[in-house]
Design a binder for this molecule. Structure first.
Ligand code: CTP
Ligand code: K
Ligand code: MG
Length: 181
């Protein structure tokens, strides 16, 4: 596979994990997952992790994965790239894993004295990728090995931080987000 095809496939595969965080930002609010509970004087997760944001984010990623499945054949032949489809378990695992990664990062932020919204470089950019991939490999190991070849994984790890920084700066400029990270 050429470099451009590898980048296209990596982006395609990760779209259902990229969209949940952004959907959560738009949908956020309401009851926090931790219900206000604290641990060692700091919030367990904080007000930035809500049930609604998590549910809407996961649903948005899953709906997108189903939409990609529906158009993979047509788009693939139009651009001349063999675009993968997502087995149903992965349709759920990628967005749910992405949301859980973001939640796990908030847990770590609160344990390390970072307030809600404080930046946590590297963790902020990769938390959702790591758990999205982990959930996918657990629910569909055979599919995962075929789809996520080493070059695709390498592109994902390089591309994701760039896209994450870019979309968050845009979301901040447009007023959807309180901080540009
Ligand atoms: N959000 C949500 N539920 C989630 C993730 C995000 O409701 N599971 C919403 C919240 O309104 C949150 C906003 O999206 O404030 C931005 O998300 P994020 O940057 O992940 O949260 P922060 O507010 O920065 O909080 P933290 O420091 O815990 O990451
Ligand atoms: K975050
Ligand atoms: Mg934040």
């Amino acid at each position: 596979m050429g470099v451009l095809s590898t980048i296209a496939v990596a982006f395609w595969l990760m779209l259902p994990a990229y969209v949940p965080n952004n959907a959560a930002v738009l949908a956020g609010g309401g009851r926090p997952i931790d219900g206000g509970r604290t641990l060692g004087g700091s919030r367990l997760l904080g007000d930035g992790k809500t049930w609604r944001g998590t549910a809407v984010g996961t649903a948005a990623g899953a709906v997108l994965a189903l939409a990609l499945n529906a158009v993979a054949g047509d788009v693939g032949s139009a651009v001349g790239i063999d675009l993968p489809t997502f087995p149903f378990a992965v349709v759920v695992a990628l967005p749910l894993g992405a949301m859980c990664g973001d939640i796990a990062a908030s847990f770590l932020k609160r344990r390390t004295g970072r307030r809600r919204g404080a930046p946590f470089p590297v963790v902020d950019q990769l938390d959702f990728v790591v758990l999205a991939l982990a959930f996918a490999v657990v629910v569909a190991p055979g599919w995962f090995r075929e789809a996520f070849t080493l070059p695709v994984l390498a592109v994902v790890l390089l591309l994701t931080p760039v896209l994450h920084v870019g979309t968050n700066v845009l979301a901040y400029w447009f007023g959807f987000k309180d901080e540009p990270w």
